[in-house]
Design a protein around this ligand. Structure first.
Ligand SMILES: *Cc1c(COP(=O)(O)O)cnc(C)c1O
Length: 367
């Protein structure tokens, strides 16, 4: 009985959660032109077709959306060659990650993720009352043997961001298969493929085949990194029994009408996707090479961002660089919470933004 307490109290563990801190979006006062490179958004913006679709739906905002997001699931299924019945759409893929934790974790259970993994996993694991188990990485990359060694009888979920944010590193699919093969059948493997569209590697797979054949694998995806971060559209593909369970837990209208229409238009706009991926391919290589020439270590990335490591002297630390860049309108992401106190994550931006950051860092390092 808690009747002696003076006010409502959150469940045990909730107040231990460190709230997610999103990338900054503003520059110091007086800076006129701002380049937001802190949230891995698409520098080419949304698909023009998605903008048009969102405009059209605005006149019908009184009408509830289809609670099953059927047309969006069908559009995704068509593009990726999937069965729409095995897809669930969500309010960003964050929501589906939370629903998976809520559905498969109970107090006392454990869920595993790696040292520098996307931070949202830990939050949802704790919110479900379960124990986060953090596994060491090797060379800023998930280590399959270390993950398997961390699995116990209490483990219920393994979260793998592939590629990972904020490192940009990835596991070849042979490694993902090895991970899956080593997991007990009752452990759910969540393949978070938020950056799949950007990856240009022959040995990479997002996980469609594995999630389509195994009973304990789901793949999560998002529209956020391709131009719809503000619309909040994500999805999951997985076995029918998991779809069935999640559909019982999720909000009845979890994807709003604007997100549905913008999502449908966006995924059908293959030309916009291609432009976005080509832009990234070109500028990811350019930014990585230029920063390396400046003497900064850059973690090799296959995503739409790079992790830049700064020097040990205070004058040229990540914090100092962040100040210097912010004053010039370049907003990057501090990643101390991800275990990188002396690094910044930079989203690949427009040509102007990319050139501007390299130029600013050139003078910063000479200062
Ligand atoms: C951005 C991101 C997501 C989810 O983003 P949403 O906007 O919620 O779809 C999921 N995983 C990783 C690794 C990300 O970087």
């Amino acid at each position: 009985m808690k009747q002696d307490q003076a006010r409502p109290t959150p469940r045990a563990g909730i107040m231990d959660i460190e709230a997610y801190v999103p990338g900054k979006s503003t520059a110091p006062a007086g800076v006129t032109k701002v380049y937001k490179l802190s949230s891995n958004e698409n520098p080419l913006g949304p698909s023009p077709k998605a903008i048009e679709a969102a405009r059209e739906v605005a006149a019908k905002l009184d009408v509830y959306p289809d609670g099953t997001a059927r047309r969006l699931r069908e559009a995704i299924a068509e593009v990726h060659g999937l069965n729409p019945a095995n897809i669930i759409c969500s309010n960003g893929s964050d929501e589906i990650l939370g629903l998976l934790a809520q559905t498969y974790l109970a107090p006392g259970d454990e869920a595993v993720f790696t040292e520098h993994a996307f931070m949202v996993y830990k939050i949802y694991i704790q919110a479900a009352g379960a124990k986060p188990v953090v596994v060491k990485e090797t060379d800023e990359r998930a280590d399959v043997d270390a993950v398997l060694a961390a699995v116990t009888l209490k483990t219920r979920i393994v979260f793998l961001a592939n590629p990972n944010n904020p490192t940009g590193t990835y596991l070849p699919f042979s490694e993902v298969r090895r991970l899956h093969a080593g997991l007990p059948k009752n452990v759910l493997l969540v393949l978070d493929a938020a950056y799949a569209e950007y990856v240009r590697r022959n040995d990479y797979e997002a996980g469609i085949e594995l999630a389509g054949s195994a009973e304990n694998v789901v793949m999560t995806r998002t529209f956020s990194k391709l131009g719809l971060g503000g619309a909040r559209v994500g999805w999951m593909y997985g076995p029918a029994h998991i779809v069935d369970a999640i559909n019982r837990v999720r909000g009845p209208f979890n994807v709003n009408a604007t997100a549905i229409e913008a999502g449908i238009a966006s995924i059908r706009d293959r030309a916009h996707l291609e432009r976005s991926v080509l832009h990234n391919e070109r500028w990811l290589a350019w930014v990585s090479a230029e920063l390396t020439v400046l003497g900064l270590r850059v973690t090799p990335s296959v995503g739409n961002f790079v992790l830049i490591h700064f020097h040990d002297d205070k004058k040229h630390s990540a914090a100092a660089a962040d100040d210097y860049l912010s004053q010039r309108g370049y907003i990057l992401r501090r990643v101390t919470g991800y275990g990188f106190p002396n690094a910044l994550r930079m989203s690949i931006g427009t040509e102007e933004a990319n050139r501007g950051v390299v130029e600013a860092l050139t003078t910063f390092l000479k200062s």
